[in-house]
Design a protein around this ligand. Structure first.
Ligand code: GLU
Length: 416
């Protein structure tokens, strides 16, 4: 985890926000309005455990900014999902939906728990209680949750059912649902696929041939797994991947499909045959073309940033670099493609899912992937062109576009 423990994740995100507000010349009042969450709720989530005891978890929903449309953002089930973390992630959602120009604001939710230690029944009860405790904040035109770390399409089915049992059948209330229950084709792979579109675009601009490019993926949840799999399909060489217990490495490239199969049988990579084993720290410091952090925040910090040997860092996770790490790698000339651009594929296909739900229709996967590619490529080009024009980093450009649009719409709406 990050060494700079003094700063919360929300403070760290606001370091990037404040610099952007300076560049954009936002006045103090507007800046303060955009920095702070508009509305937030903390709830107790009591759950009857399988052994008959009751455990009370802490849950949150933070609506950060809704100037550009209904609040949108995932629900995280994780031991670190406290209020500050959820605030940070909600703020990133505001800049992300704005940067890729889809008609949503930014929100995030979380329950501080370790889902790996809960049974399916306990998770179902926890999800339903959390949903009914925040339900009055939600709405198809108000706030639409989705999966995030520790949650998935099953969680969304439970949320939709809990909400619908109060309000009537409402598929558009959450996205990332199972396909057979109002979900969209292509949603599960969307964040990984979007990450790949960004890598392909950047590789072209940098003159790197993706075929044979050396990739390291940190984290093997939904995002890391799909990114590794799709990159390998394109001919990249995935030399390192990791999960919570450690990392595997192969100089000649890991067979990603075999790794996925292995994970279905075994919780960890540590007993996978035919590969070398590394610690997570060693994995991040491997020499490679593209390093893709795809797990938790703060994994690249002031303690290890000077040892990163990647040509490019591609932030598939939310907020994997602390501001200090960002400065160190910038000084070392390592470009960083920022989270609010790279991992926007998930919320973009959530937008398609919501749209399909509103008019009770289903798109083919090909259409989903085509439209995703168009939006991701446009956002990439906007970020690249702004970075070149203003002589700033990709992250700075992404924040300037995202924050600038929200500030502009708040102004024309007459928010204040
Ligand atoms: N949790 C994802 C994110 O961080 C997706 C959010 C959504 O689809 O609303 O972008």
């Amino acid at each position: 985890m990050a060494q700079a423990a003094k700063m919360s994740a929300f403070d760290e995100v606001n370091v990037f926000f404040d610099r952007s507000a300076d560049r954009l010349g936002l006045d103090d009042g507007i800046r303060e309005m955009l920095r702070r969450p508009w509305r937030e709720l903390g709830v107790a989530v009591p759950v009857r455990m399988d052994d008959g005891s009751v455990q009370v978890f802490s849950g949150y929903r933070v609506q950060h900014n809704g100037a550009r449309g209904p609040y949108k953002g995932g629900i995280r089930f994780h031991p670190q999902a406290d209020q500050e973390e959820v605030r940070a992630l909600a703020s990133l959602m505001s800049w992300k939906t704005s940067l890729v120009n889809i008609p949503f604001g930014g929100a995030k939710g979380g329950v501080q728990c370790d889902p790996r230690t809960l049974s399916k029944e306990e998770l179902r009860r926890l999800t339903r209680r959390y949903t009914t405790n925040i339900e009055h904040m939600l709405g198809v035109n108000r706030d639409i949750p989705a999966p995030d770390m520790g949650t998935n399409s099953q969680t969304m089915a439970w949320m939709m059912d809990a909400y619908s049992s109060i309000h009537g059948y409402t598929p558009g209330i959450v996205t990332g649902k199972p396909i057979e229950f109002g979900g969209s084709a292509g949603r599960e792979a969307a964040t990984g696929r979007g990450t790949v579109f960004i890598i392909v675009n950047l590789a072209k601009d940098m003159g790197i041939d993706p075929v044979g490019a050396r990739i390291v993926v940190q984290g093997f949840g939904n995002v890391g797994m799909w990114t590794a799999r799709l990159l390998q399909e394109m001919g990249c060489s995935v030399i390192g991947i990791s999960d919570i217990g450690g990392a595997i490495y192969s100089e000649s490239g890991i067979d990603v499909d075999a790794a996925i199969e292995h994970k279905k049988r075994s919780e960890l990579f540590s007993d996978m045959p035919g590969v070398d084993y590394l610690t997570n720290e060693e994995l991040l410091e491997l020499e490679c073309d593209f390093l893709v952090p795809a797990a938790i925040d703060g994994v690249i910090h002031s303690g290890n940033a000077s040892r990163i040997k990647a040509r490019v860092i591609v932030e598939a996770a939310n907020h994997p670099l602390t501001p200090e790490a960002d400065e160190i790698v910038n000084d070392r000339g390592i470009p960083v493609l920022p989270d609010i651009l790279v991992n926007a594929g998930g919320v973009i296909v959530s937008y398609f899912e919501w749209t399909q739900n509103l008019y009770q229709h289903q798109w083919e996967e090909e259409r989903v992937n085509d439209e995703l590619s168009k939006i991701m490529t446009k956002a990439y080009e906007d970020v690249r062109d702004t970075a070149r024009r203003d002589g700033i980093t990709y992250r700075e450009a992404a924040f300037d576009i995202g924050v600038g649009r929200v500030a502009h719409v708040a102004d024309i709406r007459g928010f204040i």
